[in-house]
Structures are given as C-alpha cells and as structure tokens.
Ligand binder design. Structure first.
Ligand code: CP
Length: 317
C-alpha cells in the first residue's frame, strides 16, 4: 500500500482517513478553521501555492468536490488544470497512469482524483513521481476523505471539539457509500461517544465496516436521543438488482422527516453530503430547516481542501 505520510507524519498524499492518527485529523481541521475567513474570497493567501499546479482529474461527475478543490487551489495561488475525462484522450484509450504521467510532465504537482474504482487513486499514487501528491476525491465505495473532514468540521462547529459525549447516527445506503466509510474512520479517530448505523438490510455493509457501531434496521429506534444525523444519498447508480423495493417504500422506512427528527436530542443537527434526493432519503423541510448543516458542509469544503492542498504540497507551516 502507498504510504500517505512521510517520516515526520506529514501527509504526502491523502488517500483515506483510515489509520490516520487523531492528531493529524485534528491538525487539518484546526488549519481549515483558521483558513475559513479567507476561503470564500480575497487574495490574501495567494502566495502559499504560487508557482504550483493542481489538476482536478475527475473520471466521475461532481459538483461540490471538483468546484471546491478548484476554488481552494485558486485561493492559495496555484495554477489549476481541469481535466475533463469525457473530452480527453482517455476516450481514445489512454490509460489512467499514462494520463497522470503526461500531466505530470507538464509540471502538475498535485492531482485531485475521483474514480469509479475502489483503490484507483492509491494505484495512481504508486505510479506517480516522488514529488507528486495525490488527493482522493472519492474512489468507488472506498473513501472520500475530504468529505469526511468537512463533515467533522461541521460537527465541531455545531457541537464543539470534544466528540466523546456525542451520539452520531449514519442512515441509508451505507453499503455503497465512500462518505460513510470516511465518516466512520474520522468519528472513531476523534473519539465519538456512540456511533449508530441504520439502513435496510440490503444496504448495510460488511460488518467489518461497522465494527464498534450499533447497527439497526429500525430508523425510529436509531434516532432516539442522537445529537447528529448523517443522511446518505441512495446511490441508484451503484445498485445492481432490486436492493430497495421502491423509492416510495424507502422514503416511508428510511426518509428523514420533520416528524421523525423529533426523536433526536434537543439541538440535534442533520448532515447530508449531497447531492440530495429530496423526498427519498430526506424531506425538503428537513434539508432546508434550522437543524440542517448541508450548506455549512459545502462552505467548509473549500477551507478543508485548502488545508489539505497546503499540507500535501508541503506549504503548511
Ligand atoms: N459530496 C460530494 O462528493 O458531492 P459531489 O459528487 O457533487 O462532488
């Protein structure tokens, strides 16, 4: 496996949150919080990555992750190359590794990669030159580490830095979710008091993924007293076979409604990584309601990705 940290514990790549020490995750979150005031405008930080080049290499669609990495790199002064798989020579059969090496030869220093295959970003990291950094922007069902980080930042903002008393519930299509895997790694590393996982049996993952969690198929029971509810998108594009009877039935059993949310603790917050299937896993009233952190998560994405790019490119103080 490609090592993602160097001998001093600094990230060379960010491939997964699995196995990252609590101190590393906390450092990135602290740095992201410090960067937040400059994350949404201004030129104050443009010297940090001036002269460096970052390529967003996306083989799968994205709105949030791709745009926020581009903004993050721009805010830090890097040049940004936006690789579009659909209009690239990948369409003529060029391999992913040849694509990477071609762009590397042009002077790209960091690649932000989204790919449909589990492990594809780690494979590219293994093929990259020694000075090139890879950041996983989501690979298959495996990991989405910057989503995990921005979710943790949203939880910290809402509930404070000490997670030891928090009850956190993850709901929905856990089986297909790289977000759930990265959130679980981060919540464990940060010492969440209790982690619950809920979904239909057909969408629960291998028990190894949910080790140490309370796992249930009963959403109303799972919601009882939780401080945070992390809803997941029903990933229709990754499903084969009839894993849910119908979208209507799924909403009846697992859709988060205002009525259902009343079972959570006072002040409970709701997260969703987006894109949302409104009326399927979450009602619009909840998504747009006072307990929703959805747009806060999106806003955090720019600062978190600034912190990650700064670290993997060796510019962190
Ligand atoms: N949450 C997330 O990864 O969204 P995008 O697919 O739009 O990047």
């Amino acid at each position: 496996m490609t090592e993602q940290t160097d001998d001093s514990g600094r990230l060379r790549h960010l491939l997964t949150l699995e196995g990252l020490p609590r101190a590393t995750i906390a450092r990135l979150l602290d740095r992201a919080r410090a960067l937040l005031p400059d994350a949404h405008g201004g030129t104050a930080l443009r010297g940090i990555l001036a002269g460096r080049a970052v390529c967003t290499l996306f083989f799968e669609p994205s709105t949030r992750t791709r745009s926020s990495f581009q903004l993050a790199a721009t805010r830090l002064g890097a040049d940004v190359v936006d690789f579009n798989a659909a209009s690239s020579s990948a369409r003529k059969g060029e391999s992913d590794v040849d694509t990477l090496r071609t762009l590397e030869a042009m002077g790209v220093h960091a690649f932000v990669v989204r790919h449909a295959e589990d492990g594809a970003v780690a494979e590219l990291a293994a093929a990259a030159g020694p000075g090139t950094a890879l950041v996983n922007a989501g690979d298959g069902r495996n990991a989405h580490p910057t989503q995990g980080l921005l979710d943790m930042l949203a939880l910290r903002q809402a509930k404070g830095d000490d997670f030891s008393r928090l009850k956190v519930l993850i709901v929905g299509d856990v089986r297909h979710s790289r977000v759930a895997r990265s959130d679980l790694h981060a919540l464990r590393a940060l010492g969440a008091g209790e982690i619950r996982v809920c979904g239909p049996q057909s969408l629960l993952p291998d028990p190894v993924v949910t080790a140490g969690c309370v796992v249930t198929t009963d959403l109303d029971a799972a919601l009882d007293g939780v401080d945070a509810v992390m809803m997941l998108r029903l990933q229709r594009e990754r499903m084969v076979g009839g894993l849910v009877p119908s979208l209507e039935q799924y909403h009846r059993d697992y859709g988060l409604t205002t009525r259902r949310l009343r079972a959570a603790a006072d002040g409970a917050v709701v997260l969703h990584p987006g894109p949302m299937n409104r009326g399927v896993e979450i009602d619009a009233e909840v998504a747009d309601g006072p307990q929703s952190l959805v747009l806060r998560q999106v806003a955090n994405g720019v600062a978190v990705r600034m912190a990650v790019l700064e670290e993997v490119l060796g510019a962190a103080g």
